[in-house]
Design a binder for this molecule. Structure first.
Ligand code: SF4
Length: 301
C-alpha cells in the first residue's frame, strides 16, 4: 500500500494566465471532500500533500479529522491566508505550508491574474510563519516582462519553476513572446545563487531548502516510491516500474545504479562530458548537468 498520499483540489478563484494544470475557476463541487474521505485507505502515511487548484477553497475538516502523517503539506494561495484557517490546519496535524507566490513584481502578478501584490503575499507569508516553521513558496521564471529581485522572507523551502508555454493556457493562446532558454537559465542561476546566500541549497532541479527542510513527499516521488493520488485530476504512481527510480537523478542524492548496470555506459559518457559525477555506483548531476537532466534521462529510457 502506498505510504504517500496526494489529494488534488481542482478549484480556483480564477484561472491564472500561465496555468495548464487540471483546475477550473469554480466553486468546490458539493460533496467533493466527503467523496475523497470515502476513498481513503486506512494508512498509515509517511507523507500527505494537498495540492491544486486551491485546497483551502474546500472545507478540509473531514480530512483533517481522519488523516495524520509525519509530513503533511497544504498548498495555499496568498488570498487564502487568515488566522482561522492556519489554526484549523495546525490543529488538524498539517505541519508544512507551500504558498504559491510566483513573482515579486506587482505588474507581473497583475498580468498573471493572481489577485494580490507582492506586499500582500509577504504579509501572508509572515502570518504563516507565526504558525508553521516549515513554510516555503513557489516562484515562476520566464514570464514575459517579469523582473524582480529575490527577497528573503525567511523561507525554509523554495521551488523555482521555468514557465512552460502550454497551448491550452491563456498565455499560450495569446501571441506573447516568452524569454528564450538561455535567458531563463541565466535567471535560474541568479536565483540559485541568491538562495544559496540565504542558506537554501538546491536538492532537486527545481527545489531549494534549508538543512532539514527538504520536501519528503516530493523526494519520495522522485525516488520512485509509490504514491496514491485522490481527487479529480490526481494521478497515482502505484507498482512503479524500477525505471522510474531513474528520476532520483534529479535530486542531490543521485541515481544509484547497483540494480541498473545497463545505464552505466551512458552515464559514464556524461561523467566524461562534465555533466555528472560518480561516487561508487551513484551518479549525481553537476551544476551544468542540472540544465540538461531531462535529455540525460531520455537517453536512459
Ligand atoms: S496556478 Fe494555481 S491558482 Fe492559478 S489557476 Fe493554476 S492551479 Fe489555480
Amino acid at each position: 500500500m502506498a505510504e504517500n498520499l496526494y489529494i488534488h483540489f481542482p478549484f480556483c478563484r480564477r484561472k491564472c494566465t500561465y496555468c495548464a494544470l487540471p483546475s477550473k475557476a469554480m466553486r468546490p463541487t458539493p460533496g467533493y471532500v466527503e467523496n475523497i474521505v470515502r476513498q481513503l485507505p486506512p494508512g498509515p502515511f509517511k507523507t500527505i500533500y494537498f495540492g491544486g487548484g486551491t485546497p483551502a477553497l474546500c472545507d478540509l475538516s473531514p480530512l483533517l479529522d481522519r488523516l495524520e502523517a509525519p509530513e503533511w503539506t497544504v498548498e495555499l494561495h496568498p488570498l487564502d491566508v487568515r488566522r482561522e484557517l492556519l489554526e484549523t490546519l495546525k490543529a488538524g496535524g498539517v505541519n508544512r505550508i507551500s504558498m504559491g507566490v510566483q513573482s515579486f513584481s506587482d505588474a507581473t502578478l497583475k498580468d498573471m491574474g493572481r489577485g494580490y501584490t507582492a506586499a500582500q503575499a509577504h504579509r501572508a507569508f509572515d502570518l504563516i510563519r507565526e504558525y508553521f516553521d516549515n513554510a516555503g513558496i513557489d516562484l515562476i521564471v520566464g514570464y514575459p516582462g517579469d523582473k524582480w529581485e529575490l527577497e528573503d522572507w525567511g523561507f525554509k523551502h523554495v521551488s523555482v519553476y521555468s514557465l512552460i508555454l502550454e497551448p491550452e493556457s491563456i498565455l499560450g493562446r495569446q501571441s506573447r513572446a516568452i524569454p528564450g532558454d538561455d535567458e531563463t537559465l541565466d535567471r535560474i542561476r541568479e536565483i540559485a545563487e541568491a538562495l544559496d546566500r540565504m542558506g537554501l541549497r538546491r536538492y532537486e532541479i527545481s527545489s531549494y531548502a534549508k538543512e532539514g527542510f527538504e520536501c519528503r513527499h516530493n523526494l519520495a516521488v522522485w525516488r520512485g516510491e509509490d504514491y496514491l493520488g485522490l481527487g479529480d485530476g490526481a494521478e497515482s504512481g502505484l507498482d512503479r516500474d524500477p525505471r522510474e527510480k531513474m528520476l532520483s537523478l534529479r535530486t542531490r542524492y543521485g541515481l544509484d545504479t547497483s540494480a541498473f548496470p545497463q545505464w552505466r555506459e551512458t552515464l559514464d559518457f556524461h561523467v566524461r562530458e562534465g555533466l555528472l559525477t560518480k561516487t561508487g555506483l551513484v551518479y549525481r548531476l553537476t551544476s551544468r548537468g542540472t540544465e540538461v537532466c531531462d535529455s540525460i534521462l531520455a537517453e536512459l529510457v
